[in-house]
Ligand binder design. Sequence first.
Ligand code: PLP
Length: 429
Amino acid sequence: MAVTPWGPDFGRLARQDPELAGIILSELDRVAGGLQLIAAENFTSPAVLAALASPLANKYAEGYPGARHHGGCEVVDIAERTAQDRAKALFGAGHANVQPHSGSSAVLAAYAALLRPGDTVLAMALPHGGHLTHGSPANFSGRWFHFIGYGVDPATGLIDYEQLRGLARAHRPKAIVCGSISYPRHPDYAAFRAVADEVGAYLIADAAHPIGLVAGKAAPSPVPYADVVCATTHKVLRGPRGGMLLCGAELAERVDRAVFPFTQGGAQMHTVAAKAVAFGEAAAPAFTAYARRVVANARVLADGLAAEGLAVVTGGTDTHMITADTSPLGLDGRTAKARCAAAGIVLDTVALASATEPGGRVRGLRLGTAAITTQGMGPPEMERIAALVGTVVRDEGVVREKVAELAGRFPPYPDEGRIVQPSEGVGRL
Ligand SMILES: Cc1ncc(COP(=O)(O)O)c(C=O)c1O
């Protein structure tokens, strides 16, 4: 029978629906054949994938453990309590809500718990690294709240705390959001708390990116400072796709009601169980070592990219994430990303608040080391990747085979070779 990294049932899929099985295996080929440098992605463990593929996917469980709207929840209640308890212990939080379907759902619920439509909110401006949920006009946040944007100092790339304080005093927001899709340094949570206290605002930490490093003790925790912490579970944290909220006991009921019934229906219990598995993994010493390696790798990669001529924003990184301007090499971020993609190097572009174009019109590259560190790569591979990126971006040669050779030495799921026998008739795309 076919064996997959995510459980024993792939052979059934392969026999019943070879077309779909082939599509899934093609995606596995894609990720295994290139370098996955998307800062928001990772490779979950086979145990997390097994929980995701479990029959808990079938269970309807509106409500919370002990207070459900459906019958038959006695087992999934235990799964959810386990996830809550593990999250509380991992992050030292008084309360954890593990039901948000995504990071955006978690942010929506945080706003729903603390704000009313029309309230003023201070968050990082999108051209400086804010997320869509931090006031984009294309998102519920920008439509339903009055967002004011703070930013980074275009010269240093660092958060301008004086500007933050000035805007808070001028606009008296109901909440301040601390979090970004591209900030490579640790936010000063104490400074954010001080500004929030000065103007009587709630502090919401959107820790979607750093929360995995927090779990691995490789980054400071926002939990002691923020009224509510929003997070994703699928980035450095290496769990299933999903969201999470952490807060103190005093806000627990408001946060829970903001998730269900206000913004969501039934929780996805297979995902809740998979979150519990990921929290269990993140509590082990091996994850602490992993988180430190993620940061150490990112620092080596940042130094290497700088040596290749890219302008690394803030001069380096404290996290899993690097943002870099390719303009010194004479090309824009979009072109650089396309060249990398053609070589099998998968990464993103982000808006950069550069000194010359402070409006965020410059797009740079964003790279992350969470996935490649899970694959077992270390500093020598980071130096190699920086050199490959430099060669590709400068258009100095074809490196596709070198990328495939490097990636091939670090398979994301080392058992992959045993997956599906050709006799099972599963074709790749
Ligand atoms: C800061 C921040 N907030 C929220 C989100 C939203 O997460 P999701 O894509 O799961 O909705 C992200 C995703 O990258 C993020 O970086």
